[in-house]
Design a protein. Sequence first.
Length: 140
Amino acid sequence: MIVGFTGTREGMTGEQEGTVSQLINDLGTTQFHHGDCEGADLQAAMIAADDWGIKLVVHPPENDKLRAWCYADVLHDPKPYLDRNRDIVDACDVLLAAPKGYEEELRSGTWATIRYAQKVGKPVKIIWPNGSVLTVGVGE
């Protein structure tokens, strides 16, 4: 299963990290696509690679300011944030999303990525700060 990831640059809570790790394993992840930003992207990439030995596919942003410079098995060319987020969604079978709060935000890359995934019919697993999961989209 090809898993995409989006999350807050402020970093995941411990509960989110635990749930993301469990989902990466439970989904039978073979590739893990992320956007290479500080915070949740870095945390999730480390879980996928270090804990589970998953192949990392990195979609970096053009703007290096918040880039995490993660190890990559496959490294795509840098793109503007919204374009690379769409590439992550387009490449995956399911999107894991770890927002910083419990409410949808209009000016949030994480939420824009969730909305795009829903628009194109990809299932999304939203991992809330308390570690609970809301599955939206195909196969709810």
